[in-house]
Design a binder for this molecule. Sequence first.
Ligand SMILES: [Zn+2]
Length: 285
Amino acid sequence: MSEVIAALENLWPAERAESWDAVGTVVGEPDQEVTRVLFAVDPVREIVDEAVKLDADLLVTHHPLYLRGTTTVAASTFKGRVVHTLIKNDIALHVAHTNADTADPGVSDALAGALDLRVVRPLVPDATDPEGRRGLGRVCELDRPLTVRELAARAAGRLPATAQGIRVAGDPDALVRTVAVSGGSGDSLFDHVRAAGVDAFLTADLRHHPVSEFVADRAQSPLALLDAAHWATEWPWCELAAAQLDEISDRHGWGLRVHVSRTVTDPWTAHAASTATTDTSGAPN
Ligand SMILES: [Zn+2]
C-alpha cells in the first residue's frame, strides 16, 4: 500500500492542494497489499459498495470524504457508514482533489481531452511552476471552429450522460475557436476567462446571478458559457488518473488491476424540459 500511495502522492502532491482542502489517505493500512484499485469522483455509498463487489484494496476519489473536521465516524451517519464499510472490507481510501485540479496533467486536461480540445495553457497558472503548465482550468483551441450549439452538442455527446445535460448562456450560433474549460465549479474563474479572450467557457455549477452579470457584460466580451453537470466534468479525470497509475504499475511490475467506476453519482437524477410559457399576449380561448 505505502508504495502505491507514494506513487499517488508523487502524481498529486498534498502540498499542492488548496489550504482549505482535505486530501491524501483517509482510510488505510500502510502494510496491506494492493492488487485492485478503483477510481471514482465521489466517496459515496454506491461507490464503496462497488469497491467491495470488485474486491478492491484501494479506492481513489476526487472529492474528499470529510472536508471539515468531524467528531464521529458512527455508522449511523452516511460518511461514518462509508468509513466502516471500507475498514471492514480492508479497502483504503485516498483523495486527490485540488491537487489533481492543478496537476499536469490534471482534471481540466482530462476534460479537454474528452472534448478533443487542444490545451494551450492553464487558465490560472500556478506561480510555483516554472514551466507554466500547472494551474487551474485550461485554455484550449478547437481543430476547426464550431458554433456554441455544436460545441454544446459535442460536450453532451462526449461527457458521460447525466440528467442535466449541457446548458448554454449566450448566442448558440456564435463561432467558437478558443474555449476555456474547468472541471467542477468554475464561476470563481470568470475574471480569468474574460482576460483570456476566449470565445466560450465550459464548466459546472453556474448560478443565476454570476451568469446574469457575466452575460450582461457581453458588449465587452461576447463569450458563451456552457454549464455541464459537476460530476460529468470531473469523471474524465478518473480515466486519466487510472491510466497514469496503470503505467506506473507496469513500469514497476506491480501488476495492479486498475478500474474506473462508471456509476453516475451526479446527485441530479431527472430533467423535465419546460413546456409552459410566460407569453400572456394571446389569451387562451
Ligand atoms: Zn468537484
